[in-house]
Design a protein around this ligand. Sequence first.
Ligand code: ZN
Ligand code: ZN
Length: 601
Amino acid sequence: MTIFRSNCFFILFASLLLITTSCKKKNTSENKGNTAFEQFKIEFLDRLWELNPVWAVYEGNHKYDAELTVYDEAHRKKITEFVRSMSEKLNAFDPASLNDADKTDHALIDNHLKSTDWYLNVFKKYEWDPSNYNVGGPFDVVLTGRHASLNDRLKAIEKKLGKVPAFYEAAKKNIKSPTAEHTQLAIENNQGSLIIFEKALLDSTEKSDLPQATKNNIKNLSEKAAESIKSYIAFLENLQKELTPQKARSFRIGKELYDSKFRFDLNSGYSAEQMLQKALERKKYLLNEMYKISLKLWQEKYFKDKKPLEDSLGLIKAVITEIAKQHVRPEEFSEAIEKQIPALAKFVDDKKLLTQDPSKPLKVRPTPEYERGVAGASISAPGPYDKKADTYYNVTPLDGYTPEQAESYLREYNNYTLQILNIHEAIPGHYTQLVYSNKAPSIIKSVFGNGAMVEGWAVYSELMMLEAGYGNNNPELWLMYYKWNLRSVINFILDYSLHAGNMSEEDAFQMLTKEGFQEKAEAEGKIRRAKLTQVQLCSYFTGFQEICELKEELKDVLDNEFNLKKFHEDFLSYGSAPVRYIRELMLTKIEKSSTKKAEEE
Ligand code: ZN
Ligand code: ZN
């Protein structure tokens, strides 16, 4: 579970790398949009990076490597002013006068500005989430980056180091009523960051050929940075003593905040509550289908001589456990994935599901050492401005695993689930979607790309492939697919029920293990993640549901003229925009072409 999720984070992150200031020029020349709007976008992004230097570095913009934002009152004032002035400028453009690509950019910027205002003035995470404050990431990304020489990176770090004490002083002032969960997380994460200042940075400085005086200065500043981190940890540990269940802020954000966060983060056409109803219906449907398949497999294949279990969930579980035993050997894992990629590409071609670009082959490789923190398989893609670079499917070999760990991992990624993973990550899932979105480069869509659309497409493509006959309607494959799909459905229900409802942790655990057939470790990890984040776990099902509904809607509108290949290609041509925006654009296009036809006749 964790493996699969982190991959999905990674692919979004990787696609954002390599974007530098030089991109803007290219964007302008390629986009025949409104010149004034292009100018506005450039100004908007310049300001955005200036105010969010750490975010800029993560996006591959290294102009701000030496900066570190101190989140104090003065910074919040600057953000407020940014939102005010940019909203005013944005509102001067009438979206109706813009082309399709700019229309969605307009809407995405609008959503970002409104959401920034809400995060700052209503959600106020900076007051209750101490894990907001951790300098480890911002330093690590510069230290380990390959964008500049070691000397240059260290010089940037030297400047950045000077700001660490102020950073943590502001953090201490901001924290008002933290949750116990985020306080614990902040302590752990900050402890984890110490190694950068106590070891990694010192080692790199020693290796460099900077003058001795600079080396000494970096050493001194690192020591001070480590002291600041330790003093923040001590501050949190002290605070922790008062965080009794009665006194601490609850990790549950409550229905009102949840509804708003759902709207801003996912930009769905539905409210959280409406989507919850759909998730509950889908869960019922899936369990029912799973029972039918499992009963048949029980009687005809796996437990022929045994009377079927009375308990339907227990029966499903028993059949799933049998099927999971069918898996490759640890040493064959990479090869098994590599073999499936051309087969998936061929199936997509043969069934005319969408046009693929043969000039952009997907290369399977062992995950590079520096990315191995994430186990399993993941897509590593070039950004929209580095189109010539290769896209890799990173597969982490299982040689670091104990036999027990490998067995448990391989049961999860058994012969059937492994195929669904490949569809999701590679073809026609994330990799294919990225190839399409890179054809219509928009730095705005790269930066504010819609997670529900991106994940929704990957989840949609799994079902689409099976419906097109992939796997020849093998019942085992369908059953394992349903279990996989159930995971995103249950993620939604769990997240909503914990934050907007009052579900107890015990009930959550029961739901994940009994109705979701998850192992204890997976379920516990999921509950922990749900308590620390909000809404993100809903993106998979929300996007999936909206794409499925859009397909049905277009089938109704177009009737005989509906073509699955054309639907996929049109849908993907708008980049990683929210599904509801894509829907509007697709419907308008159909309307226009039918009016044109009527006039011709
Ligand atoms: Zn994904
Ligand atoms: Zn085994």
